[in-house]
Design a protein around this ligand. Structure first.
Ligand code: SF4
Length: 455
């Protein structure tokens, strides 16, 4: 019998970790483990970790630390630290977590199954942080469709060669390497056959997909994915401004399935800071990319990442960032106060910005963006947006009126990535619907579906 008990996978961090956790789950399912949402019930606990921020790292240690006592009661319990913190810490992880069984680095996922078998036969404290050129591949199984039956992430490349000075990714995820397009398309066909209608292609810098391998470009990959029957929408993240080619912009404009939305991290509006961050572009180049995008795709939705208070950022540098944010008019931003990551070069930069000043700058930026986001949402009222239905809304909206005893409040996203709520008796997850927007809220829209488009 292949039955091995229950497995609980806890994911911290980015979309890529969500994808990787699903793949680790596939391995455990093949070994006979059954997924459980309840860690108490589990015979194997995996924490897939993130090292991008100190807080995320601490969360990983604290989550795994909870199982020290369980292990005394349940000696067969296997505990695994996987991902970026595992890669970064290696054997040191055992000092803080003496009960830990496996430290599985970012490039060791293809050896996960072998390590679990070794632990089951009595081995203890295995560390695998060896580099590998191989990208771990595993086709999704039935359990992968239980949580989100409409939309899935698909990693197309791993690692990064950019070495931004604040970032640990090149050190913990290794150098950039792309998956062959054939295996990406094969995976997406399996997803489509199982009802998935939207895929988000993931990589640290998707714009340079295939460049090192001298294979298909990212624009070429989008064409291949767009040809997969059953997929209605394609999104991707993350894009690097320096690699955003005209070829890619034209592909986005031409391919109907590619959503009119781009997340393009700028990080700072000051050239001096961009240089210290080693971002490889200037403010002028970034703005010229925005102009090119808007002239090819006039209604494109734009979002960005910003780091506030990078070492030596002056008031004038910060004002440059504020001015850029105002000039572009992003639909949304993800802004963070800079914090040192010990493995990243910027941790050794002098002239840190005072913490209170950092927070004051961050709050000013976020407050400004709130007004822009609200205004952008208000401009949507009266317009008809095509929405991919994701499911029943978790929260009931003020404008919700039951027209029949069965009317449900549904939720979905526009192509520009805006959350849209609407009432419907008939629409189901995976449908596309045209929704007329009646009300705008700070973080969502409310409307009425005109008709069901197609399934
Ligand atoms: S592009 Fe820069 S920020 Fe993004 S993963 Fe690579 S090094 Fe990190």
């Amino acid at each position: 019998m292949n039955y091995s008990g229950y497995a609980h996978i806890h994911t911290i961090g980015c979309q890529m970790n969500v994808y990787d956790s699903e793949k680790l789950g596939t391995v455990l399912n093949a070994l006979g483990y059954q997924p459980t949402p309840d860690p108490e019930q589990a015979d194997i606990i995996v924490c897939n970790t993130c090292a991008v921020r100190h807080k995320a790292e601490e969360k990983a240690f604290s989550f795994l630390g909870r199982f020290a006592r369980d292990k005394q009661k349940k000696p067969h319990l296997i505990t695994v630290m996987a991902g970026c913190v595992a890669q970064q810490e290696g054997n040191n992880a055992f000092q803080r977590l003496p009960h830990l069984d496996l430290v599985l680095g970012t490039q060791a996922f293809s050896r996960f199954s072998r390590h679990i078998e070794a632990l089951k036969s009595g081995q203890r404290r295995i560390t695998d942080t060896d580099p590998s050129d191989v990208i771990f591949e595993a086709l999704p199984d039935d359990t992968a469709f239980a949580e989100n039956p409409v939309s899935k992430f698909v990693t197309i490349m791993q690692g990064c060669d950019n070495f931004c000075t604040y970032c640990v990714v090149p050190y913990v995820r290794g150098r950039e390497r792309s998956r062959p397009w054939q295996s990406i398309v094969e995976e997406i066909k399996v997803l489509a056959d199982n009802g998935i209608r939207e895929v988000t292609l993931l990589g640290q810098n998707v714009n340079s997909y295939g460049a090192k391998e001298n294979s298909l470009s990212f624009a070429g990959l989008l064409e291949k994915v767009a040809a997969v029957d059953g997929i209605h929408r394609i999104r991707f993240a993350t894009s690097h401004p320096k690699d955003l080619s005209e070829e890619l912009i034209q592909a986005m404009a031409k391919l109907n399935k590619v959503c009119n939305h781009l997340h393009l991290p700028v990080q700072s509006g000051a050239d001096r800071i961009l240089k210290k961050m080693n971002r490889g572009y200037t403010r002028e180049l970034y703005l010229s990319r925005i102009d090119a995008l808007r002239s090819a795709i006039p209604d494109i939705g734009l979002s960005t990442d910003i780091i506030v208070g990078f070492p030596s950022e002056t008031v004038s540098d910060f004002e440059d960032t504020m001015a850029l944010v105002e000039q572009v008019g992003f639909d949304s931003i993800f802004a963070f106060a800079y914090s040192d990551r010990s493995f990243a070069p910027a941790a050794r930069f002098s002239d840190p910005v005072d913490e209170a000043e950092k927070m004051a700058r961050l709050n000013r930026l976020l407050a400004f963006q709130d007004t822009v986001t609200r205004k952008k949402n208000e401009q949507m009222t009266g317009r008809v947006l095509r929405v991919l239905v994701e499911g029943v809304s978790a929260k009931q909206h003020d404008g919700f009126v039951k027209t029949t005893p069965h009317t449900r409040q549904m939720t979905g996203r526009s192509e520009t990535n805006k959350v849209v709520h609407f009432p419907s008796d008939t629409l189901t997850p995976g449908d596309l619907a045209d929704v007329r927007i009646d009300n705008a809220y700070p973080h969502s829209l409310w409307g009425q579906p005109l008709e069901q488009m197609f399934q």
